[in-house]
Design a protein around this ligand. Structure first.
Ligand code: KIV
Length: 288
């Protein structure tokens, strides 16, 4: 039996229990079935189908172009092949900012059509009504505070947040407001480690950090970043656990060279038949 088959499904209540037990929560992003299947076979608790797919998959400069249709599509790709991880889908820009009703309907689509177990949205006190109504609809909601990428223009770029006492206090209040409204977890992105630690100590719900230090209840990284698939992107908060950009270049380079020198395909990658009898030649390997 594989590890993923043996492991029971991670749920919103089991993540709350992990916080109470002091067991760190592991989260990574995935946007497609290939990575989702791999992650599901690892000892990972949560997958985030993040709107970072706008940058990672679609090549945009930010997340603002991502639509609800894109999110439903990618969430479905992930949930179709995962069995044990808890899948959270991002509510994209403008799917919840106008009013709470929009947010509930969008969250409902991510669960009903995408198969997500929870949704994530950005913002604090201003989102309290939306968080409350989505949670009341039976959908676990994760908050996201600090460097919230959907506010990139308001911030003047992807800049660390809560760097003075007034904005740090506001973030602290935002975190409490989200918890009070019914959020089951909150992502803390791009904020000072001491503030993240203070928020984590105060909240009963888990905090998931990215660029927020080791004092959070869990950590999230974009899968492509931790694998080193983009060697042009190396922000301070990312640790590369592999250098796959170079591995991919070497593999594709070898393939190209072998095609040009007619080394690929070799005999074992092809098949032939005796056209008279219809029988396969002896060297034929079965097709996949
Ligand atoms: O969209 C995303 O990937 C995120 C994480 C970076 C937290 O929101």
């Amino acid at each position: 039996m594989t590890k993923s088959a043996a492991r029971s499904r991670i749920t919103a209540p089991s993540l709350l229990q992990q916080k109470r037990d002091g067991t760190p929560i592991v989260m990574v992003t995935a946007y497609d079935a290939t990575f989702a299947r791999l992650i599901d076979s690892c000892d990972v608790d949560m997958v985030l189908v993040g709107d970072s797919l706008g940058m990672v998959m679609q090549g945009h400069q930010h997340t603002l172009e991502v639509t609800l249709e894109h999110m439903v599509y990618h969430t479905r790709c992930v949930t179709r092949v995962t069995k044990s991880v808890h899948v959270v889908a991002d509510l994209p820009f403008m799917s919840y900012q106008v009013n709470a009703e929009d947010g509930i309907r969008a969250a409902g689509r991510l669960v009903q059509e995408g198969g997500a177990a929870a949704v994530k949205l950005e913002g604090g006190e201003s989102r309290v009504e939306t968080v409350r109504r989505i949670a009341e609809a039976g959908i676990p909601v994760m908050g996201h505070l600090g460097l919230t990428p959907q506010s990139v223009h308001a911030f003047g770029g992807f800049r660390a947040q809560a760097r003075d006492s007034a904005t740090a206090d506001r973030l602290f209040r935002d975190a409490l407001a989200l918890q009070h409204a019914g959020a089951y977890a909150v992502v803390l992105e791009g904020i000072p480690a001491s503030l993240a630690e203070r928020v984590t100590a105060e909240l009963e719900i888990p905090t998931i950090g990215i660029g927020a230090g080791v004092g959070c209840d869990g950590q999230v990284l974009v899968m492509q970043d931790l694998l080193g698939l983009d060697d042009q992107f190396q922000p301070r908060f990312v640790k590369r656990y592999a250098q796959l950009a170079q591995t991919v270049r070497e593999a594709v380079g070898s393939y190209a060279a072998e095609v040009r020198t007619r080394q690929f395909p070799a005999e074992q990658h092809a098949f032939d038949v005796d056209l008279e009898s219809g029988r396969a030649s002896s060297h034929v390997k079965p097709a996949r």
